[in-house]
Design a protein around this ligand. Structure first.
Ligand code: GRF
Length: 215
């Protein structure tokens, strides 16, 4: 069997970076055949940058407020990401909506984690909506990124039960626990070349494929 090369990974964050930490830990435990080459934040004070520095990973800020518009910001973002020739770009709490041009540039090798059971609750305030609607079940989703916000093909989900005494805070904690297991697992599939993004030839619709099976 052909040797699988170690993948270069760039992680984009905006904040705390607990998912980034789970990925750093998974890498150091050899759970996937890849290396986080750089962590890029659009916010200078993101704690995730400190987590990257502590792990001797290049930590870079591309501050969106310093650019005249989104196009200029994204040009700089792409230039910075591409220095690391990534096989995989991971969005881990990156709070900027990406243009279709940027998504196209990384199509098939950019993934996101979203705190809901997509297609339910795209966008913000997912935990609040779960509580307001009295949902009994909640969860998290990893998906390939396409130009549609939180709308790309789903790769994997993890579910939790919503209890009567749950609050937004307890849901954040429960969901993040699930995320910290799920994201490294999906990254391992991708790095092991078990997971691919495909465009259906006739319709052009996107899908995720794991071990040759459409997800
Ligand atoms: C996660 O809950 C993720 O689902 C969402 O943003 C949050 C990031 O948290 N996209 P952290 O910065 O990884 O702690």
């Amino acid at each position: 069997m052909a040797q699988i090369s170690k993948k270069s990974i760039v992680v984009l964050i905006s904040g705390n970076g607990s998912n980034l930490q789970a990925l750093i830990d998974a890498q150091s435990q050899g759970l996937f055949s890849g290396e986080i080459s750089a962590v890029i934040s659009n916010k200078p004070d993101a704690y995730g940058l400190t987590r990257a520095e502590n792990a001797n990973i290049d930590a870079i800020c591309v501050d969106h407020t310093e650019f005249a518009d989104k196009a200029n910001f994204e040009t700089q973002l792409i230039e910075t990401i591409d220095i690391y020739k990534p096989d995989l770009v991971i969005l881990a709490g990156f709070m900027r909506i990406l243009s279709s041009d940027l998504v196209q540039h990384y199509l098939g090798k950019i993934i996101n984690i979203h705190p809901s059971l997509l297609p339910k609750y795209k966008g913000l305030h997912t935990h609040r909506q779960v509580l307001e609607n009295g949902d009994k079940e909640h969860g998290t989703t990893v998906h390939f990124v396409t130009a549609e916000l939180d709308g790309g093909p789903i790769i994997a989900q993890k579910r939790i039960n919503v209890e009567a005494n749950d609050t937004e805070q307890t849901l954040v904690q429960k969901i993040q626990q699930q995320e910290h297991q799920l994201y490294p697992e999906v990254v391992a599939w991708f790095c092991g070349e078990r997971l691919q993004f495909e465009l259906e030839t006739k319709t052009g619709s996107a899908r995720a494929v794991l071990d040759g099976k459409i997800l």
